[in-house]
Design a protein around this ligand. Structure first.
Ligand code: CO
Length: 212
């Protein structure tokens, strides 16, 4: 049996030891509860770990990751995380963070079938189709993939704004949505400056009235 997994247990021991060395109360404090200000919706890609790339600690970011950082309005998993983050944890910022070099984006751009994931990637194909004109003007596949990565993030932020969970929160308090892209080859995050701070930022058909 491959024993390489043991490295992770050793790594964990080192991690726990170092944290306790820096602050003997570190884990005791964390065990009291979490009060993160941020919800991170990112890609499952192993190269984009939310805490590491943002220089944050345990307890600071509530995290949801899936292939190509999608916000699908029928995804029970996403909606459960979103509702808990917004209603219970009172998250102040929701960040959708895509990344250049995303395999999900590349797969969605191609005409190959990859199995069950095709159904998931359909959401990205729809983003491609919606922006077909802009994308067709770009010179090559790399540029198209980069732009589709950005357009996908923008679309997923819009999908967040269309949920009752986010709209309900907006009626009660400020909640900021952000769209970012992480560069795997630079380690840097670009803020796409998608501003969605209230229901007026999305088309009227998606806005919910307060129940009577
Ligand atoms: Co990815």
């Amino acid at each position: 049996m491959d024993k390489s997994y043991k490295r992770l247990i050793d790594g964990n021991k080192k991690f726990a030891l170092e944290k306790r060395f820096d602050d003997p109360e570190y884990f005791k404090k964390l065990s009291l509860g979490q009060t993160p200000d941020y919800l991170w919706i990112g890609c499952s890609d192993s190269r984009v770990p939310a805490n590491e790339v943002t220089g944050t600690e345990s307890g600071e970011i509530f995290v949801h990751r899936n292939v190509a950082n999608l916000v699908v309005h029928t995804d029970m998993n996403l909606l459960t995380v979103l509702e808990y983050a917004v209603k219970n944890l009172k998250i102040k910022h929701i960040i959708v963070c895509g990344h250049y070099g995303c395999g999900g984006i590349r797969a969605a751009m191609s005409n190959s079938s990859f199995g069950f994931v095709d159904n998931w990637l359909r959401n990205i194909k729809d983003v491609y189709n919606k922006n077909h004109q802009e994308l067709s003007l770009l010179g090559d596949d790399d540029k198209r993939a980069d732009r589709l990565t950005e357009l996908n993030v923008i679309e997923q932020v819009r999908n967040l704004a269309k949920t009752t969970i986010v709209q309900q929160a907006w009626k009660e308090r400020p909640l900021h949505l952000h769209g970012w892209v992480y560069g795997i080859n630079s380690g840097l995050i670009t803020d796409l400056k998608v501003i969605h701070d209230g229901s007026e930022d999305i088309e009227e058909i998606y806005r919910f009235k307060t129940p009577e």
